[in-house]
Design a protein around this ligand. Structure first.
Ligand code: NAP
Length: 263
């Protein structure tokens, strides 16, 4: 199917998995709208994508942890006259401080970025996708959503919400030609652990546990095109998720409390 004239909006495109999604989709001839806070990085990426792949690449610098973030982004796409055919809800991070030690404004920002903005962006772009009877949405969940909860961290709960809502929306939207996939990567090389402040602990984890963002993206994109509502990329992550599934919640609680490499 021709992708000429189709546009992908990628949040968190200034680094890691998001930047890799932008490359992957531009290489497949999708025009792209790149969203994150660091405008200079986005402009650099946009000019690289234009010269490498000859696609249209637009930059929207926006803070998705602010309540007005999603409407700012979609209003700009509308101003530019670009319909969003693909949404990659990727922007995210994990707080490194525990819940009760985190000021409420930081907790609210985390929820806004990875729960409300993800949901609102989806809500804003689906009417157009339904009218055109075609859309693809990838929501970045995490292997964390298929693993025991971490002590004092909202991240597991947030990514569990993303996993669950993606499946619900896929059920609703598939009849309109819209596929929704929750992508659940495990440890992936990016700036995630630098931002979280857990780089040293992350670097001590065995190499077999890690994936390159390009591999995560290729498997995630293939999954959404194939209409799979959940994708756990990589064999190690698949084994880990399958091994966790039958473990009773009582035991998962103990595992989550005991084995946290980032404590
Ligand atoms: N890396 C992993 O091991 C891993 C595993 C499972 C799931 N994930 C998920 O994958 C997604 C991408 O993470 P990554 O590993 O690629 O991390 P990363 O390299 O740190 O990239 C995160 C991206 O999110 C953007 N972002 C952060 N806060 C933002 C905000 N307030 N507004 C707009 N954009 C914001 C960042 O851009 P700016 O700073 O320029 O705004 C950056 O482009 C996240 O949802 C993460 O939870 C990652």
């Amino acid at each position: 199917m021709s992708t000429t004239g189709r546009t992908a909006l990628v949040t968190g495109a200034s680094a890691g998995i998001g930047a890799s999604f932008a490359h992957h989709l531009a290489a497949k001839n999708y025009d792209v709208i790149l969203v994150a806070r660091r405008a200079s990085r986005l402009h650099e990426l946009a000019s690289d994508l234009r010269s490498r792949y000859g696609v249209r690449a637009e930059v929207v610098a926006a803070d998705l942890s602010a309540p007005e973030g999603p409407t700012t982004v979609v209003d700009r796409a509308t101003e530019l006259g670009i319909p969003v055919d693909v949404l990659i809800n990727n922007a995210g991070l994990s707080s490194s401080t525990k819940f009760s030690a985190t000021p409420w404004n930081a907790v609210a920002a985390e929820l806004q970025l990875m729960v409300t903005s993800v949901t609102e962006l989806t809500h804003l772009v689906t009417p157009g996708m339904k009218d055109r009877r075609w859309g693809r949405i990838v929501n970045l969940s995490s292997l964390a959503a298929l693993s025991p909860p971490g002590e004092g961290l909202l991240y597991t709960g947030i990514k569990t919400y993303v996993l669950n809502m993606s499946q619900s929306l896929d059920m609703e939207l598939k009849p309109f030609g819209i596929n929704v996939t929750a992508l659940c990567p495990g440890f992936t090389h990016s700036e995630f652990h630098d931002v979280m402040g857990t780089r040293d602990a992350a670097d001590r984890l065995p190499r077999f546990m890690w994936q390159q963002p390009e591999d995560v993206v290729a498997e995630g994109w293939a999954a959404v095109m194939a209409g799979k509502p959940v994708c756990t990329p990589g064999i190690v992550n698949k084994i880990s998720a399958a091994a966790m599934r039958p473990i009773p919640q009582r035991i998962q609680y103990i595992l989550g409390r005991t084995f946290n490499p980032f404590k």
